[in-house]
Design a protein around this ligand. Structure first.
Ligand code: GUN
Length: 290
């Protein structure tokens, strides 16, 4: 049995961050300003705390300024909006990210759309969603952008004409992923929890992106031989030694026997997300600083 190509996000993201370190140094030298990323965390969601810590560490490692704002779970929405207004006006801040999910008493849409579109490095605001939808320059959400970079890097012969099936329709991954694949001339199908005869659809995929948040949901019988499989899932499961392990939405061992290429979890899409966030932040600084 031939082994699939492993789409190594750890390796590619390290290369992106290394290139970025050079580009940031060049920017600082030319402009006398460090690109700055503000990350806002409300509450104590355990996974979010880990992500925010990693983001701050890697921001500093590439030579950018990191501003962390940790607010209590009970923060009133008005206070969060006031902080965003302050960050929008702060000349040292070029990118703003509000970690999701937010506590239930806060309207995430209102908060995200308060971020100035030109500082919205997550690409979640209505303006940037619209820009992506019509192919205008804007910020593209970091996880789908990371998936696209993996595809461009590892998949020979380009994406044009390939049938891409995206599993999941979230605003963070599924919908922007579909828009990006369409922009890259794929034929795109979005499947979701109400889709009928799902396996018949996923088996048509040359490129299958799983972003549903269900452990090992994609099984070998759902995958066309030779397909490229991108696993966006980061699910926690009990490991053999009692410690939690990260498991994707794809049954990696079984699907590896069928797929032509596959992302591991961890070490696939995950590290690409932060690399793309940092890259978006440098882009923001380049647009904002004259
Ligand atoms: N929560 C899970 N993924 C993301 C992301 O890409 N950005 C933000 N802001 N929150 C998230």
């Amino acid at each position: 049995m031939t082994q699939p190509v492993v789409l190594d996000g750890k390796l590619l993201s390290a290369k992106i961050r290394s290139d970025l370190t050079g580009a940031v140094a060049g920017f600082v030298k030319a402009k006398g300003v460090k690109p700055g990323l503000a990350v806002v965390l409300v509450g104590e969601h355990p996974a979010s705390q880990v992500y925010v810590r990693n983001k701050a560490k890697q921001t500093v490692e590439v030579g950018m300024e990191s501003f962390e704002h940790k607010l209590p779970e009970t923060t009133p929405q008005a206070d969060l909006l006031a902080l965003i207004d302050k960050l929008n006006a702060d000349r040292a801040v070029h990118g703003i990210l509000v970690q999701l999910p937010l506590p239930a008493h806060i309207e995430a849409g209102k908060v995200i759309n308060r971020i100035h579109p030109d500082k919205d490095v997550d690409g979640f605001s209505a303006v940037n969603v619209g820009r992506l939808s019509i192919g205008m320059d804007g910020f593209v959400p970091c996880t789908p952008l990371g998936c696209l970079k993996l595809l461009h890097h590892y998949v020979p012969n380009g994406l044009a004409g390939k049938h891409a099936v995206v599993l999941g329709r979230s605003n963070i991954v599924g919908k922007p992923m579909a828009a990006l694949l369409l922009q890259n001339d794929c034929t795109v199908t979005i499947a979701h929890s109400k889709t009928k005869d799902l396996a018949a659809i996923t088996r048509q995929a040359d490129i299958l992106v799983a972003a549903i948040g269900r452990t090992k949901f994609v099984t070998a019988d759902m995958v066309k031989p030779g397909a490229v499989v991108i696993d966006v899932g980061i699910n926690r499961a009990a490991g053999a030694n009692g410690k939690d392990v990260l498991v994707g939405d794809v049954d990696y061992a079984a699907v590896s026997a069928v797929a032509g290429a596959i992302t591991p979890v961890p070490g696939g899409v995950g590290p690409m997300t932060i690399a793309c966030l940092l890259s978006n932040t440098l882009d923001a600084a380049m647009r904002i600083v004259p």
